[in-house]
Design a protein. Sequence first.
Length: 442
Amino acid sequence: MRKLSLPADSKMLTSSFTYGVATASFQIEGGIDSRLPCIWDTFCATPNKIVDNSNGAIACDHFNLWEDDINLIESLGVDAYRLSISWPRVMHKNGELNKEGVQFYLNILERLEQKNIKAFVTLYHWDLPQHIEDNGGWLNRETAFLFAEYADKISKAIGHKVHSFATLNEPFCSAYLGYEIGIHAPGKVGKEFGKKAAHHLLLGHGLALQMLNKNCPDALNGIVLNFTPCYSASEKEEDIEATKFADDYFNQWYAKPIFDGAYPDIINQLPEENRPEIFPGDMEIISQPNDFFGINFYTRAIYKADKEEHFVQLDPPAPRTDIGWEIYPQALNQLLTSLHEIYELPPIYITENGAAMNDQLEDGEVHDIDRVNYYQQHLSVVDNAIKSGIKIDGYFAWSLMDNFEWAEGYLKRFGIVHVDYETQKRTIKASGLAYKNLISNR
Ligand code: GCO
């Protein structure tokens, strides 16, 4: 069996380091009849948006199988489980809590507590209630305040069982993929939308964080951002500048407001109509201190200059995962080092890292050695970063199990556990066994 290993002196082998697995509500739950519709239900029902024309109606049927799934999580020996709450499951249209929806999560959280597994709860992993989208969604400033109301109510109801709250997961994806290029729900397209949605998401983060800190001062409260580090295609001045622009546009646009209270300077280069509307006091709300900083990392991107668009991204070189993303662990090192240099950061958790691979289930086993190698390379980078003085307190594998991979439907498998979507049978892959082995041998 291919193993995962770390040097004997690694801090990641001490009990103060947290290992976990991660999922998100829409990607695994199903159980859509007992909640309000969300933007992903609508997006999935729109022709040609999801590669395999699938939807989240059943997904991994976690809504019904959650007890088995928690047993599975326990069997992996992890310290923590990162899940997300479905906003449309726990809130009624009138702004009151949906008691049954809340109970679904309370049952999960209580079971995790019994098993001594820490709950890392994300409040928004992209499943905006459709009725809020019908009022403009994240393009409407009001949505930030609705998000804070939801954060207030849900944290009062479940906060006593939660180790850590993240407000948002990857606001870049919600804003850019969802409102600028339209490949994610709600599928809006326009350069004038992306940064406006981003600002309202970030404002929502700040307002929600105030609620979390008021209601759950003992929880680790923060945010999860994704980063795709930007590399220049050449040493040419113009390519280096274009790459810097891309980094500011995609990555620093989300980190800098949170840690420095300002958008990157490129805001002044954007046409007026593409800029967000910033009210006095917004940046102070957005830049309140976080107890932790969640980083999701998968790959890097290479850019060169372009006359019309500032920058253009090149096709990723090999080696690539099954979703076409380059395997380039050095970029995680570069990312952690540079963030540590640029910003004053709270403790970091790697809240997602993993790979889609072309898995084969053979005789009841999945020999995903390519995924084990991916994890080995990235865990080693995290270990070295800690040794260089960067405070990283935890690592979560994305994902606990194969699930609905957004616009890719069920075709791309990110799990360390295989899911047979016909039978809902779960099978721990070689990567899951290796992860378990690493954790249990600490
Ligand atoms: C993400 C996502 C996950 C994806 C994963 C692979 O936060 O990007 O949280 O939902 O499934 O990243 O694309």
